[in-house]
Design a protein around this ligand. Structure first.
Ligand SMILES: Nc1ncnc2c1ncn2[C@@H]1O[C@H](COP(=O)(O)OP(=O)(O)O)[C@@H](O)[C@H]1O
Ligand SMILES: [Mg+2]
Length: 371
């Protein structure tokens, strides 16, 4: 059997084997998405098609020098494959490793199967390696362009998000210094505080992202604490920041455990903040803390438009915002809160999930084992 035919006949086993192998190069969660698996299947089909095409000696020479006369891949699966990898934060090194894994997987399975050591097989092997080099080359270009594009977007959103609260702080401070409208100074001060807090949150999100992406991960200093107290502090703080909104705290009074207190405050604060931002303004944001067996649970609930079910799998990805789907409307938030929350919860070996339906509205639930 020729290698191209073998690839086409074995897309499923190759994908499974590749996934298993690639998972040893990368954290498992990055492979959970079916999008990534589909793009590998399509990529294999294109590689097989490329290998089937007649190739002149001239073309082969050009390909080997990295200047292919024409390319079968430019608009195809490799572009989608590369684009799908940027939002999940795959590094360039990991991106390349995936192709090494793909190459090794196909050759290994082929050798275990119908491979015979003859000149046709050798030719097939050369063609296959060239095709892999070509998709890797083209994929890398798309990947780097997309990384550049998302960096620019990131910087522009960041600039925008920092400039607005900063302008408010400057403007309101000037009014206070000039002694304008003294009867409203207390209100000015609380608006300054809201803006400063927003900037402070944004900056800690970015520092956190850098830490996760630079590989040192979320640092935890677990110490005896009480989850109820953590939630109570967050809820009181949010009430001060949004006096017009209703916040409720329910559940058990004492929920002791050994956790990273500041980190968990950050998670609860992200969730409550989202509930305020994306929930229905006229109804309460409810936080419920409970002890459960050998751990604890926090649920943050809000009424309002539910999150579409197909968006839930990617909701916790970095830079993910629902507005993205609408296209065009440029969001002014970074989409980092849930990503960082999930990282913090994972560092506690806990889980975070969301339930969102028209009847029940939206509830984010964090479950933490007691370490
Ligand atoms: N309680 C909620 N109700 C509805 N949508 C939500 C809720 N929480 C989060 N989302 C959606 O998930 C997206 C990602 O949230 P997050 O990671 O906190 O980023 P950001 O708030 O910066 O956009 C939000 O942009 C929003 O579209
Ligand atoms: Mg948020």
């Amino acid at each position: 059997m020729r290698l191209a035919a073998f690839i086409r006949a074995n897309i499923e086993p190759i994908s499974v084997e590749w996934e298993r192998f690639a998972a040893t190069l990368l954290p498992e969660e990055e492979f959970s998405s079916s999008v990534l698996r589909n793009s590998i299947a399509e990529l294999l089909v294109e590689i097989a098609a490329d290998m089937d095409e007649d190739q002149t000696a001239q073309e082969q020479h050009e390909k080997s020098e990295g200047h292919p006369e024409r390319s079968t891949f430019t608009q195809g699966a490799v572009v989608l494959h590369a684009l799908a990898r940027v939002p999940i934060g795959l590094s360039a090194r990991q991106f390349i490793s995936e192709f090494r894994a793909l190459r090794a997987t196909v050759i290994r399975l082929w050798q275990r199967g119908p491979y015979t050591a003859d000149s046709v097989s050798l030719q097939d092997m050369i063609r296959f390696n060239e095709a892999i080099d070509q998709v890797l080359g083209e994929g890398s270009i798309t990947y780097t362009e997309e990384i550049d594009r998302s960096r620019e977007l990131f910087l522009s959103i960041l600039g925008h998000d920092l400039r607005n609260p900063l302008s408010a702080i400057i403007g309101l401070s000037e009014l206070q210094l000039r002694g304008t409208r003294p009867e409203r100074h207390a209100q000015f001060s609380s608006q300054i505080l809201v803006s400063a807090r927003r900037m402070s949150h944004l900056i800690s999100d970015i520092l956190e992202l850098a830490r996760v992406r630079l590989g040192s991960g979320i640092t935890l200093e677990p110490a005896p604490t009480c989850l109820h107290r953590i939630c109570k502090n967050v809820v009181e703080e949010m009430q001060a920041v949004y006096p017009a909104r209703v916040f409720e705290l329910h559940g058990d009074d004492g929920v002791p455990g050994a956790w990273g207190e500041n980190r968990l405050s950050q998670v609860v604060s992200n969730l409550v903040n989202n509930a305020v931002q994306y929930g229905d303004r006229s109804s309460a944001v409810t936080t419920t803390v409970t002890s459960s067996g050998n751990g604890a649970e926090v649920a943050v609930h809000n009424e309002g438009t539910p999150i579409p079910p197909d968006m839930i799998p990617t909701l916790f990805d970095a830079f993910y915002r629902l507005d993205d789907r609408a296209g065009g409307t440029r969001s002014t938030s970074l989409g980092l809160g849930l990503y960082i929350s999930r990282e913090i919860v994972a560092a506690h070996r806990g889980t975070i999930e969301v339930q969102s339906t028209a009847g029940e509205s939206t509830t984010f639930t964090v479950r933490l084992p007691n370490r």
